[in-house]
Design a binder for this molecule. Structure first.
Ligand SMILES: [Mn+2]
Length: 428
C-alpha cells in the first residue's frame, strides 16, 4: 500500500473515532469500543470502516446508526481532513474482534446448565439477598428457593425480618429464617447482589467462611471474590427475571405463587415497566408469568394503593425537608426519631423515592434514612444519563446506573454534612 493511502487511513481512523465518540449523541453508539481498521480504496472513492462492539447483539444497531449518519459524518470529516472529495463509507463489524469477544465470554460466563450443575451437586443451599431487601430481592429469593427445590435440593432463605413492610402482604415472610449456621450448608446462593458485603452484616461474616458460593444477579460486577461463581447479566431488568429465565431454560414448570413473586420483582425493579431497563424481553417475560394465575390488581393494591397515614406523613416530611445542591442534586435525611414521630417505618421511606427523582431539574436524589442508631442507608436515584452507581461504589456500595445505595455512619447532623459534601463534589 502506498504511503499516501496509509496516511489517509490513519488520518481517517483518528477523525472518525473523534466524531463517533464526541460529536454523535446517539446512545446506541456507546456500544462501539473502537474503530479497528480503515481501508480506503486506491481511487479514494470507497472506504471500509471496521468497528468493534462490546456485545454481539449490538452489531446491527450500531452499523445502522453509522450508515444512516453517513452524511453527517462526511460533513464533519470535511472540516477535519484535507481530501479532494469524500469516499463512500461502508461500516462493518470487525469479525476478528467479535470472535475474540465471544470466546472470552464463553470463558467467563456460565449458562443455565452450569447453574443446574452447581445446585444439584449440593445437598442443602442457603439463600441470601442484599441488605434492606426490595421487591426484586424477595422475588428472586423465592425464585431461587423454588429452583433448588425443583432440582431436588433442600433450600432455606435467610434474612432479617423486616416488620410492617407492605411487602409482607405479598411474600411469605414465615419462610424466611434468621438463624444461620454455615456448617449445615454446602452451598450459599446470593441473589440480587454480587458482593458478600452487600448482604446483612449479621450473615456476611459467616457467609465469608463458606467455600461454595453462587451469585445470581443483574447488578454490575465490580470485582470478583474467591470461592464465588458468578452468573451475572447486567442486561436483565431484575434478578427475578434472571432466575426465571434459568427456570424456563431448564424447562421447569412454575406455580402460581412463584410466578406472582417474580412478577412483583419485575414490577419493582422496572418501576411498573417504566425505567430504562424495560424492553421487549421484559414484556415477553411478564406475559410468560401471566400465563399462570397472577392477580395483578391485588399485587398493585398492596404495593401502590395501601398507603398508611404514617407513610403519607413520611412523604410530607420528605417534601418539606429536601435540600438542593448546585440546582441539580437533592438529598433528604430521615432519622429513626423522625420515623417514630411520624408513625412510619424504615420500609415506608422507599415508597417515595420517585417523588424527588422525577423533578425535572434534578439529576440525582439521595435518600438517607437511619436503620439503626447512627447507621444511615443512602438510596440514590438518578435520571437516565447520570450514573449514580459510580458514587455509590466510591462509598463502598453498589447497584445500577439509575438506582444504587451505600451506607453512612454518624448522627443526623453529621450525615447531613457528609451527604451535602458528596453532592457538592459531584463532577458534571
Ligand atoms: Mn434487583
Amino acid at each position: 500500500m502506498s504511503n499516501r493511502l496509509d496516511r489517509a487511513n490513519s488520518e481517517l481512523q483518528k477523525c472518525l473515532t473523534e466524531i463517533i465518540q464526541h460529536k454523535m449523541n446517539d446512545p446506541r453508539l456507546d456500544k462501539v469500543i473502537s474503530i479497528t481498521e480503515v481501508d480506503v480504496s486506491k481511487d479514494f472513492r470507497y472506504c471500509k470502516v471496521k468497528i468493534s462492539v462490546l456485545d454481539p447483539k449490538d452489531i446491527e444497531g450500531v452499523t445502522k446508526v453509522l450508515q444512516k449518519s453517513e452524511g453527517f459524518i462526511k460533513r464533519e470529516l470535511k472540516e477535519m481532513v484535507d481530501m479532494p472529495f469524500m469516499p463512500k463509507f461502508n461500516f462493518v463489524v470487525d469479525k476478528k474482534s467479535l470472535e475474540i469477544l465471544i470466546f472470552l465470554r464463553r470463558l467467563t460466563t456460565m449458562n443455565s446448565a452450569d447453574v443446574k450443575k452447581i445446585i444439584t451437586s449440593a445437598k442443602k443451599a442457603a439463600i441470601f439477598g442484599h441488605t434492606s431487601p426490595d421487591m426484586d430481592c424477595y422475588g428472586s429469593l423465592f425464585a431461587a428457593k423454588y429452583l433448588c427445590e425443583k432440582l431436588g435440593v433442600e433450600a432455606h432463605i435467610f434474612g432479617i425480618n423486616t416488620e410492617h413492610s407492605f411487602m409482607d402482604q405479598i411474600f411469605d415472610y414465615k419462610a424466611i429464617e434468621s438463624d444461620f449456621s454455615p456448617e449445615s450448608f454446602d452451598l450459599v446462593i446470593l441473589v440480587d447482589c454480587n458482593k458478600i458485603s452487600r448482604i446483612d452484616e449479621v450473615f456476611a461474616e459467616k457467609v465469608k467462611t463458606c467455600n461454595n458460593i453462587l451469585v445470581l444477579d443483574h447488578h454490575s460486577l465490580q470485582s470478583k471474590e474467591e470461592n464465588v461463581q458468578y452468573f451475572v447479566d447486567e442486561n436483565i431488568c431484575s434478578a427475578s427475571m434472571l432466575i426465571g429465565n434459568i427456570i424456563r431454560e431448564l424447562k421447569i414448570p412454575l406455580n402460581d405463587t412463584v410466578a406472582a413473586y417474580m412478577f412483583t420483582g419485575v414490577v419493582g425493579d422496572t418501576g411498573r415497566f417504566c425505567h430504562t431497563n424495560t424492553d421487549s424481553s421484559v414484556f415477553e417475560f411478564a406475559s410468560y408469568l401471566l400465563k399462570y394465575n397472577v392477580d395483578i390488581q391485588t399485587i398493585y393494591d398492596h404495593i401502590y394503593r395501601s398507603k398508611s397515614m404514617g407513610q403519607i406523613k413520611i412523604q410530607k416530611f420528605m417534601l418539606n425537608h429536601f435540600k438542593v445542591v448546585k440546582d441539580h442534586y437533592c438529598y433528604v435525611v430521615i432519622s429513626l426519631k423522625d420515623l417514630n414521630r411520624l408513625g412510619g417505618y424504615t420500609e415506608d421511606v422507599k415508597m417515595f423515592f420517585d417523588d424527588l427523582r422525577d423533578v425535572k431539574d434534578f439529576y440525582m436524589a439521595f435518600f438517607c434514612y437511619e436503620v439503626e442508631k447512627g447507621k444511615y442507608l443512602v438510596s440514590c436515584r438518578s435520571r437516565a444519563g447520570h450514573d449514580v452507581c459510580v458514587i455509590a461504589t466510591k462509598f463502598g456500595g453498589g447497584g445500577h446506573k439509575c438506582a444504587s445505595g451505600f451506607t453512612l455512619y454518624g448522627n443526623k447532623g453529621a450525615i447531613k454534612k457528609q451527604i451535602r459534601k458528596i453532592c457538592e463534589e459531584i463532577e458534571e
